[in-house]
Structures are given as C-alpha cells and as structure tokens.
Design a protein around this ligand. Structure first.
Ligand SMILES: Cc1cc2nc3c(=O)[nH]c(=O)nc-3n(C[C@H](O)[C@H](O)[C@H](O)COP(=O)(O)OP(=O)(O)OC[C@H]3O[C@@H](n4cnc5c(N)ncnc54)[C@H](O)[C@@H]3O)c2cc1C
Length: 380
C-alpha cells in the first residue's frame, strides 16, 4: 500500500515542476494550486479517522506522502500542518467540537493549518509566553503577540496556545496555559492583525497581534490550564513529519548530484569519475539512509501509541542534519550551476536549512536526549 501511495503522490507532484516553485519563490506567493491538488486527492487528511471523513492511515503513511513531495522537488511546508494541527482537537477536543470541525478539515472545506505557539520574548522557553486569554462572561478576551506563525493568512482556523493564569500564580511553569481554537475568518480585523514576515525561503510565516480579541468560551479545547500538555503530543507528530520532509529533501539532493556527476564532463571525463566528487555523494546517501530508519521507527512507535518523544526528536535531528549535508554536497557537486535558480538546488538548500531551527532547534533536542534518555542534570 505504501508503494501505491508513493506512486500516486509522485504523479501528482509531476504536475508541479521546478518552474512552478521558482515562480512562487520569486514572488513569495502561496502555492494554492499545489495545496488544492493535495487536498482534493485526500493526501492531507490521512491522519483523520474514517469516522470523521479522513482515511485514518496513520503517521507511517503521512511520512511517505511528505517524503515523496520533497523528493519530487516540491515543498510540503505550505500545507503539512493541515495534517497534524488537528491532532490536538482530535485527542483533546469535545465530541461536539470534533463533529463540527473534523469532517470539514478532512474535506478541505476548512483549513486548519496555523499553530500559534512561539512568541518574540519567550523563544524556545514556551512557559514564558505571555499572550493572555482573560475570561469575561461567555468569552475570552485575548491580548498579546506571536511570531513565526506560518500559514496564518491561508488558514480558517488556528490552534492557539496562551496563558489563562499568569506563570507566577501556577504551581508549575507548564501549568496555566490553555489551547483555544480561533476562527481566523472572524478574528482578523476584530482584534487580530496578521503581519507577514519576509524570510530567506517562501514559507508564508507571519507575526500576530492580539488586541482585545473576543472569542466564545466554546473555543477552549479540553480543560483550562492543561494546554501545554495537549500540544506536546502534537509536536511529536510534527517533528516526525518534518523529519520525513528532510529525508525527501536528502534524496532530492542525492538524486540530482548523482545524475549531474555522471553527466558533467570536465578535463575530458565525467566529474563523477573522481572519488573526491563521488565520496561526498555516497556519504550523504549513507547519512540519509540511516536517518530514514530512525524516522521510520519514530513513525511506527507513534502509530503504536507509544511514548516516542525521544525518537521523534532524534529522528528530526538526524534527518535535518542529513538533508543539510546533502544540500551542501549538491551545491558543491554542481559548481556554479548550484547557484542558478533554474536548477532548484539553491531553493531547496534554503528550504531545508530551516529544519535545524524549526519546529525545534538542535540544541533543544540534544538537551532533551541528555536529560530524558541519559539522566544528565537539567541545564534550564
Ligand atoms: C520559517 C519559520 C516558521 C515557523 N513556524 C512556526 C509556526 O507555525 N508556529 C510556531 O509556533 N512557531 C513557528 N516557528 C518558530 C520556531 O519553532 C522557533 O523559531 C524555534 O523553535 C526556535 O525558537 P527561537 O527562534 O525563539 O530561538 P531561541 O529560543 O531564541 O534560540 C536561539 C538559539 O539559541 C539556542 N538556545 C536557546 N536556549 C538554549 C539553551 N538553554 N541551551 C542551548 N542552546 C539554547 C537555540 O537552540 C537556538 O539555536 C517558525 C520559525 C521559522 C523561522
């Protein structure tokens, strides 16, 4: 079945060649046509159970889809969140919320692909977020600021993490945060302002400003004050899926480099006849293949319902480093042509660099492994 999925995704991606992505990249435009094609084919709803209109295939299938998208030279960053952001709603939402939203997310009628966690002053230390939702009768009134919230302009709903109790009034720093499902269609212009941030890659990321945004209390997912725990399980899915994108990127770079090294003649012979050119390609292949095994293990453990936080983190770290190694190798193999837009390598090089920083940076993964796996003292 996985082979069939991979074949079908590859066929879909063939309709979106490099020239399509180059134009989007140049204009920093959203790849609406690509996202629509994936949505209609049902590829973004594979994690939604069948009872809510998805195909309920699980994370192993979802990783195969994103890997093929990236191996084909496309970019799942525009829509991968439609796959996993709904996980918080699925696991912790009420029966009414799930019945109301999930079938529409599955069909694509509603886009749920904004995940609002990061804040400018808190950084990775999420317990320091200060965006606050104050209860006022049947509403919450939200004030604060978020940064790097991707796809907010292209989403109907957003899963938002905010404080409902100040940190200093909580027994533990991770208490007192809550998850709200924000209807962006009503919020924008009524207390929510979105400001796009132009970055080195085309990622539709933004800054959000909340100024007395009123949302009904029915927007609360699960219990008030437990939001931090709710988003953690979703973050594991996110890390594994992004790791799969890195594996796809890695293969893209290796495929391109191997083909070019066979074809390009310098000093009267193919550059790939030189071991100094061959070995970096082979080394990148070894690293991507090894990382792919870790991604597969993390996805299988996630689907089996095991607590795979460390596996998800390790998979993301290995895959993002392997794809970056492959990206660097691919530029070098192509010489000057690696820098030409029409080869797509410089674009992919920029795109894959992100994943050593977001959704979690490598140092924080190492810190998790050191303390959770090895019992070393906490440094923060
Ligand atoms: C293009 C893009 C899209 C994004 N999309 C989203 C999104 O949709 N939703 C969302 O909520 N967020 C999003 N993010 C935010 C992303 O998750 C964060 O940028 C990332 O987690 C790093 O946080 P930071 O930028 O605040 O870095 P900081 O926390 O300021 O860290 C800066 C550097 O210091 C290091 N560092 C910090 N503390 C320690 C320590 N104790 N020990 C060792 N090293 C440390 C970090 O590893 C990092 O390298 C996005 C970011 C980008 C760039």
């Amino acid at each position: 079945m996985l082979d069939d999925i991979r074949d079908a995704v590859r066929k879909l991606c063939a309709d979106f060649p490099g020239s399509y992505w180059q134009a989007k990249d140049r204009d920093r435009a959203y790849p609406t046509e690509f996202v629509d094609a994936l949505t209609s084919a049902g590829w973004l709803s594979v994690l939604i159970p069948e009872e809510f209109g998805g195909s309920g295939l699980g994370l192993v299938a979802a990783t195969a889809i994103l890997e093929e998208i990236h191996r084909s030279g496309c970019n799942g960053g525009a829509c991968h969140a439609q796959m996993y952001v709904m996980g918080t709603l699925l696991k912790h939402g009420s029966a009414e919320q799930k019945a109301l939203y999930l079938p529409q997310v599955a069909s694509g009628a509603l886009r749920l692909q904004a995940f609002g966690v990061t804040e400018p002053t808190a950084g990775t230390d999420t317990t320091r977020i200060t965006t606050f939702a104050r209860r006022d009768g049947d509403h919450y009134v939200i004030n604060g600021q978020k940064i790097w919230i991707s796809r907010a302009e292209h989403s109907d709903l957003m899963v938002l993490l905010c404080r409902t109790t100040p940190r200093e009034h909580c027994a533990r720093p991770s208490d007192g945060m809550s998850v709200l499902l924000i209807d962006m269609r009503e919020a924008v212009g009524n207390g929510l302002t979105i400001r796009p941030i132009r970055t080195m890659l085309n990622h539709a990321t933004t800054e959000l400003f909340f100024d007395d945004l009123r949302v009904p209390v029915s927007s609360l997912i699960g219990d008030e004050g437990k939001g931090f725990r709710y988003i953690l399980s979703g973050m594991n899915a996110e890390r594994i899926l992004i790791a799969a994108e890195c594996i796809g990127d890695g293969h893209f770079f290796i495929d391109r480099a191997a083909a070019y090294a066979k074809d390009r003649k310098v000093f009267g012979r193919a550059i790939g006849e030189n071991q100094a050119v061959q070995f970096p390609i082979a080394r990148a292949h070894v690293a991507v293949t090894a990382a792919a095994l870790m991604v597969a293990r993390a996805a299988e453990r996630f689907d089996a319902g095991e607590d795979g936080g460390s596996d998800a983190n390790m998979a993301k770290m290995l895959a993002s480093e392997a794809s970056w190694q492959a990206a660097d190798m691919c530029i070098q193999t192509h010489g000057g042509f690696g820098f030409a837009e029409e080869y797509d390598i410089e674009r992919k090089f920029r795109e894959t660099r992100l994943y050593q920083v977001a959704p979690i940076s490598t140092n924080l993964i190492l810190s998790h492994v050191a303390t959770h796996e090895l019992g070393l003292p906490k440094s923060f």
